[in-house]
Design a protein around this ligand. Structure first.
Ligand SMILES: Cc1cc2nc3c(=O)[nH]c(=O)nc-3n(C[C@H](O)[C@H](O)[C@H](O)COP(=O)(O)OP(=O)(O)OC[C@H]3O[C@@H](n4cnc5c(N)ncnc54)[C@H](O)[C@@H]3O)c2cc1C
Length: 417
């Protein structure tokens, strides 16, 4: 039995679902945000906090593939495979390789990310204002640092594209990088400062504050696992929880890594893997920098946050529900000792999260195939925090009848059949 008035049901209260619920609410919709757990406690809880609008070159490209063997060979490197998961990962990996080696697919990635990142910049500024999030954000940029001229040169592919797209950055020698991030080891010979970048000092509080504002402005927040849908032709009329149905004027699937379980019920595929990442929080002893710093070859961020110093990143490809490989978190701490010797105190906590990643590394944003009132916002991989508010705005516009920008055809949820 359905027991509430019809509303837009947003499934998933991570950063993507929550930002989307806010955007829809602003358009005048009655919105219900439903999550099987506590809002913001899944992947959106523990990210590195960086709004990475510089990220216009998709990871599915030939240069990433060329680096895979050396990354896998290095036990402390930025990429690893969960061995027992390998058979189930092979189909995804084959699709990833096909996308990365297809110039047309790479171009679609660049074009769609250019649109998404431009939207992200505007959308975050607007949401920070609208939801009073200012105290949770800092605009100090971000610093990427390099241990060799060769590693710095390898980043030129991305920098030349960024130059062409108008992204602002400054190239630094090692000493200038150390001036921006005091304590940085002398082994670093180059830095690139993205001065326009912004980061949050508490990603979890960003989600919970958005949820509070959403509820204060009349939105409904419900705890419950979505297990099915009630359909009438090309529409979903209700969302099925364990104990009841919720009447739906429209539905948004923003369930992170679990989104594929829901799309299957509606007849289309979302071949997501969990690109697992870890974080370690350390007491902020001797931290004399305030901006996020990424030692590029090591694949993680060192971000000063409200509660301490966060080391977050690296990738472990794994099937769902595998136990964490906590030595990956230990590796982050080992890296810090070499990157910022003497910086960071006692360990406060550690965490694992699952980046929801589609094989072409483009998110699914927009209307579901063959359904007139179902919309998607998942698959945001390494940049879900960055793209959350943009995703929400785009879905709200499409629901209002506006077409999405042409480049976003590359992010159609129906592209995997
Ligand atoms: C180590 C690490 C560092 C990162 N750093 C950055 C960064 O600096 N910048 C950046 O932009 N991004 C970063 N990311 C990526 C970013 O965190 C993710 O892309 C983003 O959090 C994904 O958000 P989401 O809302 O899609 O998913 P989630 O946060 O996982 O939320 C999905 C929600 O859906 C709910 N759900 C699932 N199934 C159901 C169901 N059937 N019924 C009801 N609810 C359901 C879940 O309970 C969950 O709350 C990082 C990720 C990691 C792991």
């Amino acid at each position: 039995m359905s027991e509430q008035a019809e509303s837009v049901i947003v499934i998933g209260a991570g950063i993507v679902g929550t930002a989307t619920a806010r955007a829809l609410q602003r358009e005048g919709h009655s919105v219900t945000l439903v999550d099987s757990g506590e809002p913001g406690r899944a992947t959106s809880f523990g990210n590195a906090g960086f709004i990475a609008i510089d990220h216009v070159l998709p990871l599915a490209r030939p240069s990433t593939l060329r680096r895979v063997p050396s990354m896998l060979a290095d036990r402390t490197g930025p990429l690893t495979l969960h061995r027992a998961s390998l058979p189930s990962l092979l189909p995804w990996m084959a699709r990833f390789a096909r996308a990365a080696y297809s110039p047309a697919e790479v171009q679609k990635g660049i074009d769609s990310f250019t649109v998404l990142m431009a939207e992200a910049n505007l959308a975050w500024q607007a949401e920070i204002q609208a939801s009073g999030l200012g105290e949770l954000f800092r605009t100090l940029g971000a610093l990427y640092v390099y241990e060799s001229e060769a590693a710095f040169a390898a980043g030129e592919e991305e920098r030349s594209l960024q130059r062409a797209k108008g992204t602002e950055f400054e190239i630094l020698d090692g000493d200038a990088a150390r001036a921006l991030a005091p304590g940085l080891a002398s082994r670093f010979v180059r830095g690139v400062h993205y001065s326009q970048g912004m980061h949050t000092i508490d990603p979890y509080r960003v989600v919970t504050t958005l949820v509070e504002r959403f509820a204060a402005d009349g939105g409904t927040v419900l705890r419950g696992r979505v297990r099915g849908f009630v359909r009438a032709g090309d529409r979903v009329t209700a969302v099925r929880l364990t104990d009841r149905d919720l009447s739906a004027s429209a539905v948004v699937i923003a369930a992170g890594r679990a989104s594929g379980d829901l799309t299957r019920l509606l007849g289309f595929n979302a071949p997501l893997v969990a690109e697992r990442g870890y974080h370690v929080m350390l007491a902020p002893d001797n931290v004399r920098f305030a901006l996020p710093v990424s030692p590029a070859e090591r694949g993680f961020f060192i971000t000063p946050m409200a509660e301490g110093l966060r080391l977050a990143g690296t990738v472990e490809l794994a099937a769902p529900h595998q136990p964490p490989s906590w030595h990956r978190a230990d590796i982050l701490v080992q890296h810090l000792r070499e990157v910022f010797p003497g910086v960071g105190g006692a360990e406060l906590s550690r965490w694992i999260g699952e980046r929801p990643t589609l094989p072409d590394f483009r998110p699914a944003v927009g209307r579901a195939p063959r359904l007139t009132n179902v919309y998607c916002g998942y698959g945001h991989q390494h940049v879900g925090l960055t793209l959350a508010t943009a995703t929400g705005r785009l879905i709200a516009r499409q629901m209002a009848g506006e077409p999405l920008p042409a480049a976003l055809a590359a992010c159609e949820p129906g592209r995997f059949g």
